[in-house]
Design a protein around this ligand. Sequence first.
Ligand SMILES: [Zn+2]
Length: 127
Amino acid sequence: MSDHTEHDLLRELFPETARELFGDAHIPRETLGLYPVADGRLALISGAQLAEFTPIDPKGNKALHCDLCHYTRSRSEAALYRVVVGARRSRYLTLCIATESCQQRAGKEGVRGLAERIFPIESPYVE
Ligand SMILES: [Zn+2]
């Protein structure tokens, strides 16, 4: 088991968000979910693992299909996100911008499935 918890990760990478989400109190062990962080980015947390989703501007004007809740969304309701999963590897996912309701539609199993597609990642934060 790692002694580096999601709590530590969040505090390290997004101290403001960690304070907002969890205060200074105890964090549930079963942390799983997407959390909005700065600049429209999302942080996917699964246990002690963390991936950062950075929004990029998709080309064209087509409707977007959310990879989490599987709804078809308009361009204003969803965004294409880039996830760095390794030193030179990225994944691209379309997700609803309103991530809370998206995760509710997808359910815990949907979010877990998404996490399984992303993790494990090679430490992208280490050069
Ligand atoms: Zn969605």
